[in-house]
Design a protein around this ligand. Structure first.
Ligand code: FEO
Ligand code: CA
Ligand code: CA
Ligand code: CA
Length: 622
């Protein structure tokens, strides 16, 4: 059958608006958007009427953070800053491994604000939990990677994982509370329990842990989620990059998890559990969603294996009408899947401890997005739909450890790299960022389909769905494409997209602020070059929930990604992460494209959390 054109697919999606009942105003403007590519502006849409109260900022190639008039952004918490009253950051990167264990890790990513006291909605005092996604070892040591030692490995292992800091708004300024009894680093050495169906499985047992119940550490923590009972969910994404298999060859199932003969991080040279030849099952103990209780610094985190093992991106939740917890997550790799977990038991709002192991029992589904705009959640349950011994799945633990293969077996839709998946706080609609997929439609790869409507998709799209009967636990849904990103001046019409408002590419972070405004953080791999030449540095945009107009709120420094957005419960403070400023400098020491945040010649760029407030004390975005 001939592939429908992009325009036909979009028209099909939007013609179903009355069925989806996303609202007449939205429907009309969205339909208009199909022919309004010319409305897209590179410099901003400041003239448009909007519920958004700020004037959009232009694209930027400057090495700084730019926010709209009437807003202020401040540096808040950078790599190497002490989490409590420990040692300060040394600009020459000479801090020891022990120092790094009580300082902010590298490459801040997903993040969430938890109010203090627990259970309150206090907007002025709380805990900020921050993921540290990966390492740039050229920056981590004074001499970069010219030498490689066990001490350097220990510093690297202390620079990943998560941070908990206590923060307070006092005299008009946010500050980190030092010392704090809550301050905590969770690193690649922290003991973590294994929970759920894979706990104790033969696939999880290692020489160091013959029972398969505890693993040391978490790393590759990309995006995140949280639970109604006040715990944090951190997602292990590109965990494969820390492992190496120098001698042997992976079997087909392990190869799907991207086993490499070498690892640029070189961890396996001084910590043999990262050598797959020696400890093949250690590899199975990463790629999970990990639950952390930030309110109890002595608590032991738990890897929740019921949510499957893949390159997890985010883990945002909602509740079904009968109180079960529903978590959406995606596997950020080309042609991988979107998943939904539905807990077996209901959330108990009256007894926090009763929810402790709620995420260990439930059903995981993979998403099938049909061309007619309907969708099906396919259960990944051993014994069903070909997930059988005959097809290589020995039990439910095997299904979860190899969930990529389970998704393949049941025929889920191969997506364009799912990143953040978030839920509208009022309507319950789910929005998913599909960041890009340059391999779509190339030789030996799947071509475009209804949900992934563009071959050589370098700009990405945001899709959304509504569960049948507005029941988040339903097994069917209706979906459409919310926006197809692009450059309206691109020579290839298919790459121009249908953005109403300010152009952008590669949506990654999505987050709703408490008032229902959708925010988009972008992650163009190499900004300002090639297909992205007209889009400048990575940016944060806001979507007017009435008109669907997209407006650029912030531009980041050179080479960075914009991620980790979180808000205080009153919506008056935003915390945002500037990740990997200066990435893709030809030579980060001799010719850096960024020295943000210090701005000093020769200084190392540092990933950091910034705090954004409105000068009149109002809600961000209004
Ligand atoms: Fe770490 Fe998929 O971004
Ligand atoms: Ca990232
Ligand atoms: Ca991401
Ligand atoms: Ca990304």
């Amino acid at each position: 059958m001939a592939q429908p054109s992009l325009e036909e697919l979009v028209a099909l999606r939007w013609s179903r608006r009355d069925v989806l009942k996303f609202g007449a105003v939205s429907s009309l403007t969205s339909l208009l958007g199909l022919s309004q590519t010319a409305c897209t502006t590179m410099a901003g849409d400041a003239g448009a009427t909007s519920g958004l109260g700020f004037k959009s900022v232009p694209i930027s190639s400057a090495d700084t953070v730019v926010v709209p008039e009437g807003y202020t952004s401040r540096l808040f918490f950078a790599w190497g800053d002490p989490i409590s009253d420990g040692p300060s950051f040394k600009p020459d990167a000479s801090n020891s491994a022990a120092d790094q264990a009580v300082q902010a890790g590298m490459h801040h990513d997903g993040m969430h604000f938890f109010s203090l006291p627990p259970g309150s909605n206090n907007p002025d005092h709380g805990l900020l939990v921050v993921n540290h996604e990966y390492l740039d070892q050229r920056l981590l040591y004074p001499d970069g990677m010219l030498t490689w030692t066990a001490e350097k490995l220990r510093k690297a292992q202390n620079a990943v994982g998560c941070t908990v800091i206590e923060i307070k708004h006092e005299a008009g300024q946010w500050k980190v509370v030092r010392p704090s009894k809550y301050a905590r680093r969770i690193t690649s050495r922290t003991p973590i329990s294994i929970g759920g169906p894979a706990r104790g499985s033969a696939l999880m047992r290692t020489a160091a842990d013959p029972a398969g119940v505890e693993v040391l550490g978490t790393h590759s923590n990309c995006a995140n989620g949280f639970t109604p009972w006040g715990t944090y969910l951190t997602c292990e994404e590109n965990f494969h990059s820390h492992f190496a298999q120098p001698v042997g060859k992976p079997d087909g199932r392990q190869a799907r998890y991207r086993v490499w003969p070498r690892s640029g991080y070189r961890w396996h040279e001084f910590d043999e559990r990262f050598n797959i030849d020696k400890h093949p099952n250690e590899f199975n103990r990463f790629g999970w969603i990990v639950e952390i209780d930030p309110y109890d610094p002595m608590s032991k985190p738990v890897k929740r294996t019921a949510l499957g093992r893949c390159a997890h991106e985010s883990a945002f939740h909602t509740l079904s009408p009968d109180g079960r917890v529903v978590i959406y997550t995606g596997d950020d790799a080309r042609f991988e899947y979107i998943y939904k977990f539905v807990s077996r038991d209901a959330y108990n709002p009256k007894d926090r401890a009763a929810n402790r192991d709620l995420l260990d029992h439930g059903t995981l589904y993979a998403g099938k997005f049909h061309a007619d705009g309907s969708g099906t959640w396919l259960p990944l349950v051993h014994g069903q739909q070909g997930l059988t011994v005959a097809n290589g799945f020995v039990d439910q633990a095997d299904v979860l450890v190899h969930v990529k293969l389970a998704g393949e077996q049941v025929g889920a839709t191969k997506m364009d790299r799912p990143e953040w998946i978030v839920i509208h706080p009022k309507s319950g609609e789910v929005y998913a960022a599909l960041t890009n997929n340059s391999q779509r439609g190339t030789v030996d790869n799947p071509g475009k389909d209804a949900a992934n409507p563009r071959n050589k998709n370098v700009f990405g799209q945001i899709m959304r769905w509504r569960e049948a009967g507005n029941d988040a636990a339903a097994t069917s849904f209706s979906w459409d494409l919310f926006v197809i990103a692009g450059d309206p001046t691109h020579p290839d019409p298919a790459q121009r997209g249908n953005v109403k408002g300010d152009a952008f590419a590669c949506p990654d972070t999505l987050r709703f602020s408490p008032d229902g405004t959708l925010w988009i953080g972008t992650d163009i791999g190499i900004p300002g070059r090639g297909d992205y030449a007209n889009l400048g540095n990575n940016q944060l945009l806001a979507v007017d929930s009435v008109t669907g107009q997209i407006r650029r709120f912030l531009t980041g420094p050179r080479g960075c990604e914009i991620t980790g957005l979180t808000f205080t419960p009153d919506g008056k403070t935003a915390f945002l992460n500037i990740q990997h400023p200066g990435e893709f400098s030809e030579d980060r020491q001799a010719d850096p494209i960024s020295n943000w945040p210090s701005g000093l010649t020769g200084a190392r760029p540092r990933s950091a959390t910034i705090v954004i407030t409105k000068d009149d004390g109002g809600v961000i975005g209004t």
